[in-house]
Design a protein around this ligand. Sequence first.
Ligand code: 5GP
Length: 198
Amino acid sequence: MSERTGILLVVSGPSGSGKTTLCRRLAGEKAAHYSISCTTREPRPGEIADQDYHFVSPAEFRARLDAGDFLEHAQVHGNFYGTLRSEVMGYLEAGTDVVMDIDVQGAAQVRACVEPAIQRARVDLFVMPPGEQELHARLVGRGTDSAAIIALRMQNARDEIQHWPSYAYRLVSATHEEDYARIKALLTTEQLRVSRLR
Ligand code: 5GP
């Protein structure tokens, strides 16, 4: 048994901010468990079921919602997304840190959650793209979305960026290595919190 309970690192930011890559790398280097979300959106080419997302039908999503399986959920870009309690609670109790890549609505729900285990664990970080032009260039560079989708993502990014003051931490994206060093430093600092000692 670990001497402390786990950290719940909630990471938000517009698509193209690099947040997913940062979160995935933390998991890849065994620094945290990556909470795999449920979504009703179609898998993109190259995405692997139950590794990138649990891809579910709208009916299955609704059934899990009604069963109380989600810690938070939201509608993003016309699809439903939700975090399963089973991806979070047991890990925190065991002292394993969990990283969640979720939108600003989901982060607000986690922030409002009154459960002591969540309150004790939660830390939130907003990853900010360096600027509009750079964000646009990154989205085009990914080569995964049409011009119309990119325009939608740019508008969503502007809307999401309004929410950064609600977060405890904000990171303005630079290079991936710099960003990763900073997110690792945040996790290391949070591991020192006395309030999570058993
Ligand atoms: P994408 O479809 O591009 O993978 O993700 C779209 C957005 O949904 C991203 O901002 C991502 O952070 C967010 N998202 C992914 N999983 C969840 C989740 O479980 N809950 C919420 N609220 N947002 C999520």
